[in-house]
Design a binder for this molecule. Structure first.
Ligand code: UDX
Length: 455
């Protein structure tokens, strides 16, 4: 069993630390944040992630996990995993200060055979920069391996211990083999490659998933125009094994701590290297547009947003997490506010203080009925399971205009109509009033066909 140091007690670092300990390794978790360190030492997880706290507690009890505040003066770990933040800076570039600080602080303390393993998502080429920083700091022979993470918030522990694949990139095959041995007890294919290719796999994977979501969102807009139902279209597409059914849920778009940052960083890197990332640009633009579509839908029914009271259900960037980073729900809420509406946010799990720290102008209401009272519209923005059983009839009765805009196609439209709502989803026929949303006039269709024929 190996001695592993994990630098950074954030989402990726803590999951890696707990999971490596559960695989039998001795883990030293390092962080510069005193509060975080104290919590982890006490067996409490500073972030909400199902199964993580239990994993950390078991590791502490087994004596396989120790936690250190700040960078230690000497380190006997054979592997140093970097899992520090790489936030977006201006223009989509990644801010690599935490990576640089960690490497230059730790190199003088390193074990002579230590391998630096990078798990932080870093621009392509950073692995080589890490090797250079290490060299400048006096570690001539240190090897660097890129081992990108593919952890989804909410299922991160499972993703780590039962991954679809493990990617290892290095210019030193010996170092790659040593890191591969750490995962001996994990049943997954290992893809070995060079540093840059491994870094690129991470970006390409996230960019592809974001593209899939933007693609289905563009299809949803077309569905609205022609009068088709995107949920069934996605089902039909997903049954093709070449396409797959995941990441085809249309809605107000993607957010979170990874997709927005990573797609922007890849677009930025590509441009810097003289490539022309036109698809990525479109993927980002479609995602922005999805937020704006909610405003268009609200205006189509309410006429104006000025002095309308609008309830946004959800603040988290997706359900089963309390993370609001780049949350589509809060971006929609803020756009509605900027459009003149008075906006009330309700989230069953994200604390009010967390929402108001980022968005002080948004009102937060913890009681659903109180939020709905006198409102002109409800926007469902995060598909929390508890929203299925909300007291919809009572809420509709309490509203001034019972309009429900389902930004995640999460609810049963008919059930909502029965409860008294005017219901609108994304890419779904409105099924209300004459001729729904779409123009299905035969003469127009024929004209369209003639035009197509002429081209
Ligand atoms: C993502 C990647 O999935 C993971 O591999 C990577 O390591 C980190 O980034 P995560 O940020 O936890 O994980 O979120 P994910 O579950 O992928 O969802 C991202 C966003 O896409 C969310 O805002 C979600 O609501 C949205 N989404 C996802 C859709 O709008 N439709 C879908 O069909 C799927």
């Amino acid at each position: 069993m190996a001695r592993i140091a994990v630098v950074g007690c954030g989402h990726v670092g803590l999951v890696a630390a707990g999971a490596f300990a559960s695989l039998g390794h001795d883990v030293l978790a390092i962080d510069i944040d005193a509060d975080r360190v104290r919590m982890v030492r006490e067996g409490r997880s500073p972030i909400y992630e199902p199964g993580l706290e239990e994993l950390l507690q078991r590791a502490l009890e087994a004596g396989r996990l120790t936690v250190h505040e700040g960078f230690p003066a000497s380190l006997d770990s054979e592997f140093v995993f970097l899992a520090v933040g790489t936030p977006a800076s201006t223009g989509g570039a990644s801010d690599l200060r935490a990576v640089r600080d960690a490497v230059s602080s730790l190199v003088p303390a390193l074990h002579p055979d230590a391998v630096i393993v990078n798990k932080s998502t870093v621009p392509i080429g950073t692995g080589n920069i890490i090797a250079q920083i290490a060299k400048r700091a006096g570690a001539d022979s240190v090897s660097v391996v890129s081992n990108p993470e593919f952890l989804q918030e909410g299922t991160a522990v499972h993703n780590f211990l039962e991954p679809d694949r493990i990617v290892l990139g290095s210019d030193d095959p010996g170092a790659t083999a040593r890191v591969a041995a750490l995962y001996e007890r994990v049943d997954a294919p290992i893809l070995e490659t060079d540093l840059r290719t491994a870094e690129m796999i991470k970006y390409a994977s996230n960019a592809f998933l974001a593209t899939k979501v933007s693609f289905i969102n563009e299809m949803a807009s077309i569905c609205e125009a022609v009068g088709a139902d995107i949920s069934v279209v996605a089902e039909g597409m997903g049954q093709d094994a070449r396409i797959g059914s995941q990441f085809l849920r249309a809605g107000i778009g993607w957010g979170g701590s990874c997709f927005p940052k990573d797609v922007a960083a890849l677009e930025h890197t590509a441009s810097t290297f003289g490539a022309h990332p036109q698809l990525l640009r479109a993927v980002i633009e479609i995602n922005r547009e999805q937020r704006r579509r909610i405003l268009q839908k609200a205006r189509a029914v309410l006429g104006t947003l000025e002095s309308r009271r609008i309830v946004v259900l959800g603040a988290a960037f997706k359900p089963n997490t309390d993370d609001i980073r780049e949350s589509p729900a809060l971006e929609v809420a803020d756009l509605l506010r900027l459009g003149g509406a008075s906006v009330v946010v309700h989230d069953p799990h994200v604390p009010t203080s967390v929402i108001q720290r980022e968005f002080p102008s948004l009102e937060v209401e913890r009681d659903l009925l109180a939020a709905a009272a006198g409102a002109d519209a409800i926007v469902l923005a995060t598909e929390w399971p508890e929203f299925r059983d909300a007291p919809w009839s009572e809420m509709a009765a309490a509203m001034r205009t019972p309009l429900l805009l389902d930004g995640r196609n999460f609810l049963d439209g008919q059930q909502l109509r029965d409860a008294g709502f005017t219901y609108r989803g994304i890419g779904r026929p409105a099924q209300e009033g004459p001729a729904a949303d779409a123009t299905t006039d035969e003469a127009e269709l024929a004209q369209g066909l003639v035009m197509v024929g002429r081209e």
